[in-house]
Design a protein around this ligand. Structure first.
Ligand code: GDP
Ligand code: MG
Length: 149
């Protein structure tokens, strides 16, 4: 029964999003939020911050051994970012789809990264890659009372 399968796989979920410094610098907060909302994702928490070096290093710790880690940390602290919690059906996978591939040259037509990203590094948005990581990432920037569903 496709009906039951759909019911089981469609969970209301939350994901963590960042509008990166290349996006805030070009005043793209509203344009990107429009894409997010048009995709059926609800912005249930949002704050504009300047990430500290420590916050960026912790957030991207999983990439600490990658050659681009230093560049990534300095980029993420180079200007304001907008941290967000997005809510919706299959929010984690849906937002990854709306974002597009890490490298904008490989991103599908209509995706945020295809439309707005400058390069593989300055690629406008972050989105959690699993529900487990979403919970960890949300907790780094928001408390329960910040999130209004
Ligand atoms: P994502 O999950 O699609 O954001 O991609 P990853 O988790 O693989 O990488 C995290 C972030 O590191 C990316 O969004 C980019 O900002 C940056 N990044 C990834 N690969 C490269 C690279 O080859 N060069 C540079 N400069 N940055 C990269
Ligand atoms: Mg990632």
């Amino acid at each position: 029964h496709a009906f039951f399968l759909t019911d089981l796989t469609m969970a209301i979920e939350r994901t963590f999003s960042i509008l990166k410094p290349d996006a805030t610098e070009r005043n793209l907060t509203g344009a990107i939020n429009a894409v997010i909302e048009e995709a059926g994702l609800r912005i249930v928490a949002q704050r504009r911050i300047r990430m500290t070096d420590a916050q960026a290093k912790t957030f991207y710790e999983v990439h600490a051994e990658r050659p681009f880690y230093g560049e990534l940390v300095s980029f993420m602290t180079s200007g304001p970012v907008v941290v967000q919690v997005l809510e919706g059906e299959n929010a984690v996978a849906k937002y990854r789809e709306v974002m597009g591939a890490t490298n904008p040259a490989q991103a599908a037509e209509g995706t945020i990264r295809k439309r707005f990203a400058k390069s593989v590094g300055e690629n406008s948005v972050h989105g959690s890659d699993s529900p487990e990581n979403a919970k960890i990432e949300i907790a780094q920037f928001f408390t329960d009372s910040d999130i209004v569903g």
